[in-house]
Structure formats: C-alpha cells, structure tokens
Design a protein around this ligand. Structure first.
Ligand SMILES: *Cc1c(COP(=O)(O)O)cnc(C)c1O
Length: 478
C-alpha cells in the first residue's frame, strides 16, 4: 500500500482556510524554515480512501472473533463511547474550580465507590494510567506501609511463575527484589514452596486469581494467610476481572491492595495505543498512603481530598477521565445482575470452547477453567512439525484473530484463548470449526501452515526487528 507522501502530486492540496487577518510578527531569521515543509498534496476523496484502505489492513473486534487471552479484546458497548463523548465531559478542564465540576467529581466518586464494592476494598485511586502503572502504585503503598513501621528488611516480593510479565518488572521498579515461586501440578501456587520462601524479608505477594492459566486457585485463603502470618501484604493483579466480577471479591480472598484494568474489563477497548486506566484499591489501613487526589462526599458536595501520608501524584490530575466515564457507564448499564451475568457467560463461553477443542488439541490443565484456557501444542508439533505460531497465523485467513501465543511461559507451544462474554454460540462454534480444520490441516498439509497466512496484507514480519527498530516516520528521498 502506498503512503500519503507517495500518493502526493503537486497542486492537489486543499486550501479551505481563509487568509489570516491577525497581525503577524517578524521572526528572527534563525527561526524560519529554509524550505517548504514537504507535506503531501491530495484531494479530499483520495485522502478519505487512503484512510479507509489503511483501516482494512488491520483486524479489530469489529472485524471478527478476537480471543486474545489475558489481554482481553472484548466488545465494548457503544453507549460507553457515547457518554464519554458528551461535551460536558470532553470540554471540562482539570484546573476548573470544584464548584463548576460537581458532575465530573460525582463520576469519579461513584466510580471509586462501585469499584470498591466490586473488589472488596475500602479506598480507590483512579489516577494510574494503565495496569503496570497500577501495579507500581500498589507496590509503593506496600513499601510505605513497611517503611512507616520501620520494617526496612522487608525487601522481597513473591511472584508465582505463571505471573504476567509486568508483575516482576513493577516490583523491581518499586525497589523490591523478586522471589519466584513455582506452580504445582494443578497450575496453582505450590504451598510447600511458598512456605519455604516466606520470612522476615517478605514484603508481600503479587498474585492474580484466576491466574494467567485461567485457573482459580482453590488454596487462595491459605496462600494469603501464609503471607500475612509472615508479616507481608497481599497484592492482587486484577487486570482481568472478567471471570469473577460480581461473584467473588479479592478483598474477601485476603488481599490488601489491587489494581484493575478498566481497559480490559470495564468498557474501554484494550490495545490500539489508546488511553487506559489502572485504578488502585486498598484496605482501610493503606488508605492514608493513596495517591493525590481522591474524591470525597461532604453533605451534597463532592470535594477533592488528599490522604494524610499520600505518596503524592503518580500522574497528572485525575487519571484518564474519559476512560473512567466509560467504566461508570459500563457498570451502571449492566447493574448488579448484568455484572454477574457477564462473568458467568465469560466462564461458560471459555469452558464450552475448551471442551470442544479438547477433542483434538491437548489442554494444558484438565480442570474447569475460568474466563480463559490454555492449549499445549507441544505434542502436535512433535507429531507434525506444526507450531503454535503456525496455527495462530493460519487462523487469520479464516477470519479469526490469533489467540495469545507462547504465554504463559510455563506451558510450551501455548495458545491461550479468551472468548469473552459477548460472543454468541454461533461465533464460538465457527471458531471451534476453524481450529478443528487447522488441526486436520496440520496432519494433511503442514507446509501450507508453515507459510500461513496466505491472504493477509502481510505474512510473517520479523517481529523482533519491528519491535527493536521500528520505522515510524516517512523517510523522504533527497
Ligand atoms: C494486561 C495485564 C497487565 C498489564 O496491564 P497494562 O495496562 O498493559 O499495563 C498486568 N497483569 C495482567 C494479568 C494483565 O493481563
């Protein structure tokens, strides 16, 4: 596909802006351009076609089934976008006085309260900008807590080997040392191994439950007890709450603080580089350290509030406000019953799909899964030479976005599926048929799969090169 610069031809530019009638200033010569900026010149219709063509090169939730495990690419209701585009929300300025933004403060306050209710926490900061940022903020709360008690030797954060990659990274960023704890044969935390690594140096544990294998750890109360008895705190990675919202609360599982990804569970699409939001919640005894500012209600008024020993700001102003508007809309439109129905359907869809695919593929763990499940293609690869990557790439030609590949790291040749709650039986049945067909193809024509996809704008780019040396700007030939 040609770029705008390559489509450009002289004198096609649009000139709709009237001559400037504001007095101009003489600038010093050193600030002036020596030559024209080299902008492309196209007619409006060519420009419009260019962007339409560009958007056909990609695959999004609106193109088809997108079962990206852990990262969640679920469909988000249009009404969330509609509320977030109301001018009363888009035109508000963060430096306006409290009196003139009571409605916006109410949005923040009600979101804080509802997220506390859903997670079983007592305080919530909406400031962090994404999941990993929330993890970092939550870990700073844990650090403040130990520091305030002069418990300086608590420097270790325990992280299971199934953890999302951001967990150990955030722990190191927050100044901790990471201690890994292995999983047991059922995919949960190995309790004996956990008991071995806790001690006076334990600052806390970071865990997600259901974990990244899509499995709920039945020992969760024992796990949080072991950490608390050793004097540590428990951090819940709630990036993906799709399986448990409305059903079980991290606060009741013994967790002391948590982050949520509003851009996975609560009404904002994940991916595309758009803004996210990673609110951090905590139990009463950690509230005094929450970032500035939270919103309090005093009588009929909403006011900004700084916690007594706040760790300060982790982001400018109030977080990604419009993402918060979408989350509140999402929660209020679903209501209590809708939230419970949503997590129920997410789990049902995943189990339905897993059980159908079990007829040909190996499932990594033979258990009831939560909102996602992991296939292990190690056997298939040995038998046919076809890898998880080959199957994933080929699914694109059948209108299905690949699942998450090669994660979690403890499963070899992993494919991780999260069908999400909004997909119908017909859509999931079609995806099952696609992956069953690909399984047959792996035995009949492995070569075809090694070179898949065959019908996409690009096939197999060098992903390392693309990530390490991205070309993001047009290089003009001189
Ligand atoms: C996505 C995810 C994160 C990180 O969230 P970002 O917004 O991408 O920083 C952390 N933990 C888990 C389990 C996740 O799925």
């Amino acid at each position: 596909m040609k770029l705008l610069f390559e489509l450009s031809s002289e004198n096609k530019k649009l000139d709709l802006i009237p001559d400037c009638d504001v007095r101009s200033y003489e600038l010093e010569d050193k600030y002036l351009r020596k030559e024209k900026p080299g902008l492309p010149e196209l007619s409006e219709v060519d420009l419009s076609r260019h962007y339409t063509e560009l958007c056909k090169q990609t695959f999004g939730v609106n193109d088809g089934f997108y079962p990206l495990g852990s990262c969640t690419m679920k469909y988000n209701p249009r009404i969330d976008e509609e509320m977030a585009s109301l001018r009363d929300f888009t035109d508000v300025h963060p430096l306006q006085g409290e009196d003139s933004i009571q409605g916006s403060l109410e949005v923040l306050y009600r979101t804080q309260e509802l997220l506390c209710e859903i997670t079983g926490m007592d305080g919530m900061s909406l400031q962090p900008a994404a999941g990993a940022h929330g993890e970092y903020t939550g870990l700073l709360l844990i650090r403040r807590y130990h520091q305030a008690r002069h418990d300086e030797e608590r420097v270790n954060i325990i992280v299971p080997d199934s953890a999302h990659g951001t967990n150990p990274a955030s722990a190191v960023m927050a100044g901790f040392k990471v201690i890994n704890v292995p999983s047991n044969a059922d995919g949960g935390v190995d309790l004996d191994e956990l008991r071995k690594v806790v001690g006076k140096d334990t600052a806390g544990l970071m865990l997600t439950n259901p974990n990244t294998l899509g499995l709920f750890d039945p020992n969760i109360l024992e796990i949080t007890k072991i950490i608390h008895e050793a004097g540590g705190l428990c951090y819940y990675d709630g990036a993906n709450l799709n399986a448990i919202m409305g059903r079980v609360r991290p606060g009741d599982m013994g967790f002391d603080c948590i982050h949520l990804n509003l851009h996975k569970t609560f009404g904002t699409p994940h991916g595309g580089g758009g803004p996210g939001s990673g609110p951090v919640g905590c139990k009463e005894f950690l509230k005094e350290y929450l970032p500035m500012e939270t919103v309090k209600k005093e009588g009929d008024r909403y006011v900004l509030h700084n916690a007594e020993h706040s760790l300060g700001r982790v982001r400018s102003y109030y977080g990604n406000f419009l993402v918060i508007v979408k989350a509140l809309t999402y929660i209020l439109t679903l209501g209590r019953e809708g939230i419970i129905a949503s997590s129920g359907k997410a789990v049902l869809n995943a189990n339905y799909m897993m059980n159908a695919l079990k007829k040909c593929y190996d499932v990594a763990y033979e258990r009831t899964c939560m909102h996602e499940f992991v296939l292990c293609l190690e056997g298939l690869k040995k038998e046919t030479g076809v890898s998880a990557m080959d199957i994933a790439k080929a699914s694109l030609d059948y209108g299905v976005h690949p699942p998450t590949m090669y994660f979690p790291l403890i499963v070899h040749e992993a494919l991780m599926f999260e069908p999400t709650e909004t997909e119908s039986k017909e859509v999931i049945d079609n995806a099952i048929a696609v992956y069953t067909k690909l399984y047959e193809l792996a035995h009949e024509d492995p070569e075809y799969l090694h070179s898949a996809p065959h019908d996409q704008p690009i096939g197999r780019p060098n992903e390392t090169e693309a990530a390490r040396n991205p070309i993001l700007r047009y290089q003009k030939e001189c």
